[in-house]
Design a protein around this ligand. Structure first.
Ligand SMILES: [Zn+2]
Length: 96
């Protein structure tokens, strides 16, 4: 199952708060939303806990990372499997 594979890849760790959770408390989040052309490839998917997913809400990821510095720090530390192109764009759009 794909979700499970993503969770295992990310060591069951939410990329936004950096904490580890059991699978039932985790969700798979799109780095680039599907409506903005993001696909379902592994490099566009990260593990997020329910609380962070709720906190992020409908904000674009770049806006969320800009608004929440701790989430930004954790994301760039733990989301190491995201496509380099996406990471580069996010760095550019969230730098202070
Ligand atoms: Zn979290």
């Amino acid at each position: 199952m794909k979700r499970q594979r993503i969770f295992e890849r990310d060591d069951y760790r939410c990329v936004y708060c950096g904490e580890q959770f059991p699978a039932e408390e985790l969700t798979v989040d799109h780095v680039q939303p599907r409506v903005r052309g993001g696909d379902r490839s592994d490099g566009n998917l990260v593990t997020a806990c329910g609380a962070c997913n709720t906190l992020k809400g409908h904000r674009r990821l770049a806006d969320f990372l800009h608004d929440v510095p701790s989430a930004r720090a954790n994301f760039f530390r733990f989301a190491v499997h995201v496509w380099p192109r996406l990471l580069r764009e996010l760095r550019e759009h969230t730098s202070a």
